[in-house]
Design a protein around this ligand. Structure first.
Ligand code: DNO
Length: 361
């Protein structure tokens, strides 16, 4: 198992590579080319120069997150092949640069959604928070405007300005789309890109939908064990894998994360693991709230030991990263990507891992 750390690149991430290198036990960073819009080819020169900068800090660049999927691919409109060809060209360029895993998602319009990016806990730390009542109160455009205004001046993954500008049109295009149609578009995409990923030596890793239920009437299809089962069977290849995110799936109490780890990891279909905690609490009636809790088990709803034990039981050899750190110690960083708390998370995961592995000897 290799512990890695997400990094958005200079100018997009206030955390310097120097700092990441000082976290004990971190082998590499998980970057993206944040300035390339979804649908365009990632140029080789830019990929290689990023790799050089990362390696100059004693870190590796073997996982990339995210190569975003253009909306026209998810919508299945006629010009999708052009964007699929570009995606394949990006995979080829990444493969040549030694990248082994590419994380992506297939969520219409938005990536992850929260309704408060700076919710204060009793200890004074700030977390990402979700309240279904807030989502119901606003229309998508109002919500997007609110979200942009509350992101500490950073553009969030999946919330790039060009995407927000096209919001109204996008919502029109998705209106009335059935789940089956989105699945077919995912299948079409995977049938085209997975063979190219295989040739490039890359494993594709789909990130589950976050939260794992429809928001603003937008479909969310990667949300439980059944959908992951369907996903892996769309194309039967180790290059058609999952970025199993415990927190995204764990927001729904019906999802049994250790069982998913054993099942899909045991099949060799989890090249990348996001291991974080989430605190669920249900309000009155159908209201749902949760927040992205500190990593340790007692702080949230997930049993992190059991999740890590499942990874140990399958002798997980993939990449793992902490996620959605709180803002602590006066830090001002990208919401969800506080440096200090993710470093604490990495230490906790490494501690559990060492104990589990030694216990197995
Ligand atoms: C959340 C992240 C996601 C993930 C994308 C993958 O913090 O895990 O934004 O990177 O969904 O495309």
């Amino acid at each position: 198992m290799k512990i890695v750390f997400r990094w958005f690149g200079e100018g997009f991430d206030p955390v310097p590579l120097e700092y990441i290198r000082q976290i004990p036990g971190i082998s590499g960073v998980v970057p993206m080319l944040s300035d390339i819009p979804a649908g365009e080819v990632w140029p080789s020169e830019k990929i290689l120069s990023m790799r050089q900068r990362i390696e100059a800090h004693g870190l590796t660049m073997e996982v990339v997150e995210s190569v975003n999927v253009h909306e026209n691919i998810k919508l299945g409109v006629p010009d999708r092949d052009r964007y699929i060809d570009n995606y394949i060209a990006t995979l080829e360029n990444l493969g040549k640069a030694g990248v082994k895993v590419v994380c992506y998602n297939f969520m219409p319009v938005f990536d992850w959604i929260r309704t408060d990016l700076s919710h204060e806990l009793d200890d004074g730390s700030n977390v990402l928070y979700y309240d279904s009542a807030f989502v119901e109160k606003l229309n998508p455009e109002e919500f997007a405007a609110w979200f942009s205004a509350h992101s500490n001046g950073f553009s969030l993954p999946g919330w790039e300005p060009e995407r927000l500008a096209a919001l109204t049109r996008l919502f029109e295009q998705y209106r009335g789309m059935k789940e089956e149609a989105l699945w077919q578009n995912l299948e079409y995409f995977l049938k085209a890109v997975v063979p190219a990923a295989e040739r490039a030596g890359i494993k594709m890793a789909i990130h589950p939908d976050d939260p794992p239920w429809p928001v603003f009437g937008l479909l969310r299809i990667i949300r439980n064990e059944q959908s992951l089962e369907r996903l892996v069977s769309l194309v039967n290849s180790p290059s058609n894998g999952i970025a199993l995110c415990s927190g995204a799936l764990g927001a729904d109490a019906r999802n049994d994360i250790p069982s998913m780890v054993r099942r899909f990891g045991g099949m060799g279909r989890i090249p990348f693991a996001h291991v974080r905690n989430v605190m669920r609490s249900s309000g009155r009636g159908s209201r749902t709230t949760f927040y992205d809790a500190p990593h340790p088990s007692p702080m949230g709803s997930l049993d992190m030991y059991e999740i890590m034990r499942a990874y140990s039981d399958i002798d997980f050899e993939g990449y793992m990263r902490p996620d959605h750190g709180r803002m602590i110690w006066g830090e001002n960083s990208r919401p969800g990507y506080g440096f200090y708390d993710r470093a604490l998370g990495a230490m906790y995961l490494l501690g559990l891992w060492e104990a589990l592995r030694k216990g197995k000897e």
